[in-house]
Design a protein around this ligand. Structure first.
Ligand SMILES: [Ca+2]
Ligand SMILES: [Ca+2]
Length: 192
């Protein structure tokens, strides 16, 4: 038998389908679509993705926080992304329904936490001036000059930093983003 014949596409097992559905709240159809997407990205049929593979996702390339999001997929510096890990991240981006409880993986609270973690580039649990500068620089691109960015950073920090320790913690972040439309900022992957 030649090599070409042994390169068969692997399938999503019923057990994994069930597990992913329970964990993410996706329907069977959605999990299947996500799985074919996973397979498309997995060019060499290894059943896991690398950072390079993720670099082909259009929504990620176009997102100003794309690189951060890719890093976020690879939790704990793991080099390999399996399908359940892949599905879990997409689940956070799943749009909110009317009364999504905070415990749900796609709740406003998990999206907010994700945004906070994306902002906290040195992963020390708070957003400092440098984190904020980097974040805004990425989000606003070249449209805003450095000087102006510094002004914006100072303003955001003085508004958000209630206990005046020079850092924005998760609680302060939650308050300052109270009116922010987290939904449209992060629900960039739709299944409709
Ligand atoms: Ca930080
Ligand atoms: Ca603070």
């Amino acid at each position: 038998m030649g090599l070409i014949w042994s390169k068969s596409e692997y399938k999503l097992s019923p057990e994994m389908l069930k597990e992913v559905k329970i964990e993410t709240g996706f329907t069977t159809r959605q999990v299947n679509r996500l799985f074919s997407r996973f397979q498309q990205l997995d060019h060499d049929n290894t059943q896991y993705l690398t950072k390079e593979d993720l670099g082909h996702i259009k929504e990620i390339i176009l997102n100003p926080l794309g690189d951060r999001i890719v890093d976020f997929f690879f939790v704990g510096n793991s080099e390999y992304l399996t399908f359940p890990m892949f599905a879990r991240i997409f689940a956070i981006f799943r749009p909110l329904e009317k009364h999504t409880p905070d415990s749900e993986i796609n709740s406003r609270e998990s999206k907010l936490k994700l945004l906070f973690r994306l902002a906290d580039s040195n992963e020390d649990g708070s957003i400092c001036k440098e984190d904020l500068f980097e974040l805004l620089e990425m989000m606003m691109g070249a449209k805003v000059g450095e000087e102006q960015l510094h002004l914006i950073v100072d303003r955001v920090l003085s508004e958000a930093d209630e206990d005046q320790d020079g850092l924005i913690n998760l609680n302060e972040f939650r308050k300052v983003t109270k009116d922010l439309d987290v939904e449209t900022k992060l629900s960039f992957i739709s299944f409709s």
